[in-house]
Design a protein around this ligand. Structure first.
Ligand SMILES: Cc1cc2nc3c(=O)[nH]c(=O)nc-3n(C[C@H](O)[C@H](O)[C@H](O)COP(=O)(O)O)c2cc1C
Length: 298
């Protein structure tokens, strides 16, 4: 049994599960790997992305803009969490392709304003972190003084259809929610427990195969929580994710070295991913398949 810092610590459970997955090596006929990745019709150098972080301090000013600049330099997609419209504009001005994740604010009009703003200013996609609607006591969550709320299917459909941008539900951790996201017309989901927002949450990589079976390629699947190396990314891709988001692991490098720190961290993980691909005879991301993994015996 894995050791947990506190009982039910979802981050520790997730780390232990990822570490229990082993990779089979395949050398005969192996080729130089190509990590190029395409999303919503655009090309990127890597399927390693930054997670939807927020309120980051940078070396010189806005950490969010520095993070975006680091992503742009690395040819990676950048995700943005809670933050105002000015901050998103600063991020987009770096040339980064940004996915904007909006909180489930109680005030639906403010959500619609943010969705339309992101669309007008050229975000790559928008979405919502539905796992922040409630707190751990079953009340509407309050984040930095802002009240959140659960949403009806009709409200959710309204958000999905509010702009021409692809819409992504973040915080999907079940085949059930993945199927609902599909019905609502979503273009993607982030399989995530939001760095342990609830104890005893199933590790994203553990539930991923079921979600992949339900989705059948009809929307993009992103994995996050605990992604800290190219091997974690390789495992997520092998289990059916299209790409993976790294959050906390990039904060230290961002604060130490600004955009260079973010670029180097994404390159480190992309290099490890390429190394794993080369040693598993995977020439492209599409070659990374589940039969390369040895999952823990149940
Ligand atoms: C400082 C910080 C701020 C975050 N802010 C947001 C946010 O505003 N919106 C959101 O959807 N997720 C937010 N997250 C969650 C991340 O997007 C991600 O789901 C989570 O950190 C798990 O990834 P990690 O284990 O790689 O950090 C935040 C995480 C951190 C550490």
């Amino acid at each position: 049994m894995p050791e947990h810092h506190t009982p039910g610590d979802s981050n520790a459970i997730t780390r232990a599960y990822m570490d229990s997955i082993l990779i089979e090596m395949r050398h005969l006929g192996a080729v130089l790997p190509d990590t190029r990745f395409s999303l919503f019709g655009e090309s990127f150098s890597t399927p390693v992305m930054t997670a939807a972080l927020s309120h980051l301090k940078g070396r010189t000013g806005s950490g969010m803009a520095e993070m975006a600049a680091g992503c742009a330099a690395a040819g990676a997609v950048c995700w943005a969490g809670m933050g105002d419209e000015g901050e998103l504009e600063e991020m987009l001005a770096t040339g980064a392709r940004v996915v904007k994740i909006i909180k489930p604010y109680e005030d639906n009009d403010s959500i619609l304003v943010k969705i339309r703003h992101a669309a007008r200013h050229g975000a790559l996609a928008v979405g919502m972190d539905m796992d922040h609607a409630f707190d751990g006591r079953g009340q509407h969550d309050v984040v930095l003084g802002e009240i959140m709320s659960g949403k009806t299917m009709q409200e959710l459909r309204g958000f999905v259809q509010a702009s021409g941008l692809p819409f992504i539900f973040k915080g999907v951790l079940s085949a059930r929610d993945a199927e609902i996201a599909l019905e609502l017309g979503a273009a993607g989901i982030v399989v995530s427990h939001h760095h342990g927002i609830m104890p005893w949450a199933v590790p994203p990589l553990r539930v991923l195969p079921e979600i992949v079976r339900a989705v059948k390629g009809r929307l993009k699947i992103f994995a996050d929580c605990g992604i800290s190396s190219g091997y974690d990314v390789f495992k997520a891709l092998a289990l059916g994710a299209d790409a993976a988001c790294a959050g906390r692991v990039i904060i230290g490098p961002l604060q130490e070295k600004g955009l260079d720190g973010v670029r180097e961290e994404i390159s480190r993980m992309t290099g490890e991913l390429a190394g794993a691909m080369a040693r598993t005879a995977c020439g492209t991301l599409a070659d990374i398949s589940a039969d390369l993994l040895w999952l823990p015996r149940r």
